[in-house]
Design a protein around this ligand. Structure first.
Ligand code: NDP
Length: 231
């Protein structure tokens, strides 16, 4: 049976590679991004896959666009929701944190994933995999924070981890698995040119890990290889 996968921030970086690989694997992909008219690579992918990939407008901080996407999915079971869209936000150091930029980053990295999980809970509950994957970051780990700094990014991803665990507890009775997944340090606009792995390597490993997730994994914070990351 064909899997249906919803991916946010699918126009570039890790999100685009998720769309590409799931499409190549035969899945139906709903690829959401802020500016579909500017998403050339995604449009090419959609054209190549003859309808298996559809592109949907979604600024993840826009409640009306979240509802519009949910409306499209009313009668469509969704196997996997991937909350991938994210922002590093403004650089931040002790004594130098831009509050407005912080709050905007919080809206993108933390509030939006929860709002999208809430809006898509019925389609996911009626899917076969019943999986919600929040792309988090090791930088949201307290245990892994050896270098300090990055107040904005770290705090919004730590908060994403907190909502992931709450949603895992709240949705377990409906058979929905919710995890926070670290993609590795990946060469994208966000990860930079010195990052350790390509989007292809990251997404290949994450898809492998995702394919094994079941309800017993719900509420975990996991690395690309499926191992636990300490909170
Ligand atoms: P990129 O900066 O390459 O891409 C970010 C994506 O998020 C873009 O598609 C961007 O869209 C989208 N996005 C940002 N804000 C919004 C918004 N308001 N609405 C909709 N989409 C939005 O980053 P990556 O591909 O590297 O990152 C993907 C995820 O992986 C993020 O959650 C990131 O935090 C996480 N991550 C990445 C790591 C890395 O090393 N690269 C390490 C750990 C975690 P647009 O083009 O419109 O800006």
């Amino acid at each position: 049976m064909t899997e249906t996968v919803v991916i946010t921030g699918a126009n570039r970086g890790i999100g685009l590679m998720f769309a590409q690989q799931y499409a190549e694997a035969g899945a139906r992909v709903l690829a959401a991004c802020r500016h579909p008219e500017q998403a050339r690579e995604l449009s090419r992918l959609a054209a190549k896959t003859r309808g298996r990939v559809s592109v949907h407008p979604l600024d993840v901080t826009n409640p009306a666009q979240i509802q519009a996407l949910a409306g499209i999915l009313t009668d469509t079971p969704v196997d996997i929701l991937i909350n991938n869209a994210g922002s590093y936000g403004p650089a931040s150091a002790f004594g130098d944190t831009d509050v407005e930029g912080w709050l905007e980053t919080f809206r993108i990295n933390t509030v939006a994933p929860l709002k999208i999980m809430e809006a898509l809970v019925e389609p996911v509950a009626s899917g076969r995999r019943r999986l919600m994957v929040n792309i988090s970051s090791k930088m949201g780990s307290m245990a892994d924070n050896g270098s300090g700094g990055s107040y904005i990014y770290r705090s919004t991803k730590a908060a994403l981890n907190a909502i992931t665990v709450s949603a895992a507890r709240d949705l377990g009775a409906r058979g929905i698995t919710v995890v926070a997944l670290h993609p590795g340090w990946v060469r994208t606009d966000m990860g930079g040119p010195d990052a350790e792995i390509t989007t292809e390597q990251s997404v290949t490993a994450m898809r492998q890990t995702i394919s094994h997730l079941t309800l017993v994994d719900s509420g975990r914070f996991i690395d690309i290889d499926g191992s636990d990351i300490p909170w």
